[in-house]
Design a protein around this ligand. Structure first.
Ligand code: SAH
Ligand code: SF4
Length: 364
């Protein structure tokens, strides 16, 4: 794995969400502060406290140093919406000079035994899958590693300040890169954020609890596997090249055969599998020939299929398949020995479900 490092943003200051303890120690040394202060700052940071003024046990002088030397809060919370099912959607604005006002969204999906945070990697997306709300927005910016990790930290702090009602889990245990953007098209931001999330002085998450979802950038998937070997989800959506060229246009560059070879090479531990995501679009990719092609494509030993209900957004050009048809589709896969699940949509009432994320980038 590459060495841990914080990613400078456009004015080159290190960012608190991803800085390592040793980098902070160097900073303490430079300013004549005792080394143990670095650990105190890291402890606050890992709890999601990014504003030095809220770090109760550090002296005023150090707060001043942190504010001057680091980008402490790369994001600002603009809005939070809570769904009836406990899902929370967060809208964050970037705190960068040229991009202030640009926004990204993150979603907390709580269950009884886990808390999953779905994070964004870009403002908009470089790709333009026609069924995806983010794709219609165009590309505006790659997030820095600090901005990616800040989403997780700020949600952690929010959960601490305002725990969920009922028996829902109040910790962030799992991370999925399934928010706005194509994480593998922002390789620097993705890799540096993974280093911070996995590191011992960061959130110390296991790579089994992190999933990167991609539309299928083959060389980048290979590099992700070699460097981090986190869980992989592929937005497949069709196993027929001519249709996938339309639904997931990156297929024109990396067609199914290339993707197949790449998935065969992705290293998996015991009990792990690759997830193939398949959003069911009525009379588009839910026909008999689509099922047959999918059955031929999947390697049931290493892969499972996650059928996703299409989440409409204003002006979306597709309809979703009916619930009955989705179950039938799943049954046909299962009868061929393929593990298939139907993803329950969460947070639809607050437009927080898959593919619905599109921040109102200019108005606040
Ligand atoms: N860019 C990455 C990750 C973000 S999209 C990728 O494409 O994998 C996260 C998931 O939501 C992908 O599987 C994507 O195909 C799916 N998705 C996009 N728009 C959707 C919609 N309108 N309804 C349901 N799922 C959608
Ligand atoms: Fe981008 Fe993923 Fe949406 Fe495609 S599905 S436009 S890759 S965010």
């Amino acid at each position: 794995m590459p060495n841990s490092s914080s990613t400078p943003n456009n004015n080159d200051k290190p960012q608190l969400p991803v800085i390592s303890q040793s980098e902070l120690q160097d900073l303490m040394k430079k300013h004549g502060q005792p080394a143990f202060r670095a650990k105190q700052v890291i402890d606050w940071r890992n709890k999601g406290v990014l504003n030095p003024d809220a770090m109760k046990n550090i002296p005023g002088e150090l707060r001043h140093i942190l504010n001057a030397e680091l980008i402490c809060e790369p994001l600002r919370l603009v809005r939070r919406e809570c769904s009836v099912d406990g899902t929370r959607k967060y809208v964050f604005a970037l705190n960068r000079p040229r991009f202030s006002g640009k926004m990204v969204e993150s979603v907390l999906i709580p269950e009884q035994s886990r808390g999953t945070v779905c994070i964004s990697s870009q403002v908009g997306c470089v790709l333009d899958c026609p069924f995806c709300h983010t794709g219609t927005q165009g590309f505006e910016a790659n997030l820095t590693a600090g901005e990616i990790v800040a989403q997780v930290l700020m949600i952690k702090a929010d959960l601490h300040n305002e725990p969920l009602a009922g028996d829902l889990h109040n910790e962030v245990t799992h991370i999925v890169y399934m928010g706005m953007g194509e994480p593998l098209a922002n390789e620097t931001g993705l890799h540096d954020s993974l280093i911070a999330l996995l590191s011992d002085d960061g959130l110390k998450l296991s790579r089994r609890r992190i999933t990167v979802s991609t539309s299928g950038l083959v060389p980048q998937i290979n590099r992700l596997g070699e460097a981090f070997n986190v869980n992989l989800a592929i937005s497949l959506h069709s196993a027929i090249d001519s249709l996938r060229d339309t639904l997931v246009p990156i297929n024109k560059k990396h067609p199914l055969k290339q993707l197949r070879d790449c998935l065969n090479r992705y290293s998996l531990g015991k009990q792990r599998h690759i997830t193939l995501e398949y959003v069911l679009l009525k009379e588009t990719n839910d026909r008999e020939e689509d099922i047959r092609a999918l059955i031929d494509f999947v390697n049931p030993e290493r892969e499972r299929v996650n059928l996703i209900q299409f989440n409409p957004y204003p002006g979306s050009p597709y309809d979703g398949s009916s619930k009955e048809h989705m179950s039938k589709f799943a049954q046909q896969l299962i009868s061929k020995g393929i593990r298939a699940t139907v993803r329950r949509s969460r947070g639809q009432d607050i437009m927080a479900a898959c593919g619905q994320l599109k921040a109102e980038t200019s108005k606040e």
